[in-house]
Design a protein around this ligand. Sequence first.
Ligand code: KE4
Length: 432
Amino acid sequence: MALKQSEKLFAAAKQLFPGGVNSPVRAFQSVGGHPLFISRASGAYLTDVDGNNYIDYVGSWGPMIAGHAHPKVVEAIQDTAAQGTSFGAPSPLEVQMAKQLMRHLPSLQRLRLVNSGTEAVMGALRAARGFTGRPKILKFAGCYHGHADYLLVKAGSGALTHGRPDSLGVPESLVEHTLVAPYNDLAATEKLARPHRKDLAAVIVEPIVGNMGCVLPKPGFLEGLRKLCDATGALLVFDEVMTGFRVHPGGAQDLFGIRPDLTTLGKVIGGGLPVGAYGGRADVMKCVSPEGGVYQAGTLSGNPVAMAAGLATLKLISTPKAHAKLLHKTERLAKGIAEVAQRARCRVQVPYACGMLSLFFSGRPVENLDDAMASQGALFRRFFHEMLARGVYLPPSPYEAWFVSLAHGENEIAKTLRAAKDSFLTLAKENG
Ligand code: KE4
């Protein structure tokens, strides 16, 4: 596999950007080697600048759920852009987007559109603090909610990958109101919250975690958080930036039948363009400027071209039939990987939900950050490169979710399973 152009571009990029990338997790630092520079993508495939094709399981970290360059999405972008790309004024498309989101997530009584998942979380938690008048936020170790200062505490995703779950540059004073509990441990969460119950503004959680690898909530955990918030007056915030419109047409909140007070969204709802959203209870959202005193703003919020891309994507994905197909593809892949690993005597866990999965080299289920970090990252690193050499592009970190799209057909899944089988056998031989 020739990688000359990627190597040249990476050498140049390292003189331009920190680590040569514009988002840390792209740098391949946790798997070694250098990132591939991608020139184009279509359906389930990426093509790098050296002309190599890969079956893609990053999917731009979630947005490309309908596949890359879907004709309907491209057409919507082209047609809308031709009418003007940004007005800095309300447009009909943002009204259409809000109605579409509310149709599928009835907990969204009012919402605000922003430009990223980070912004959505920042807005939601500021609204929670403004509504309750309380300062404390409780999050879970290994969950990642974007890069707002006070949330870079035991954060997952790239922060975990680069071994800095607590980022430099964040003064202690900015995280004094951030409490961190172990995911899936309700007793520890209740114990941590108890002394702060009068100061607790919100509990924020990834209802299905994607950012320490895929970790599913244990039965009763999310229900327990709902009860904890009802008992203390804190708001329950479901960060569905990754799970929204992926794990179910109504998100994890519909899948588990739990109504959060606020929800954050991103990724899929932008169809590959920068979009985020936060919303929920009308009484809480009334606090947001200009109706209330919680200020939050954005030059490109509700951008018409991004709305068009998101609406076209949601039209393709948000039906029970589309999700049934996506779940079947995900199950076929996850169960297939577990099976070929077992045959090669590799001890792995392959947790999954509709549209997302991950692979831990571990002999026991992964229920929290400690379990995830106890998995064998070195084996993941080898597996990653064996798969890449066979034309399968995985997230370059053991602490990320793989994303399946509607464009991953039987051919792609069968090829992926063949590559996984050979990769596991190679690892098994290397490790005797
Ligand atoms: P963005 O600001 O990156 O749009 O969204 C932040 C965010 C918030 N909440 C959840 C649950 C998320 O997964 C994310 C972002 N996810 C990572 C991938 N694990 C984005 C990839 C990256 O950082 O480059």
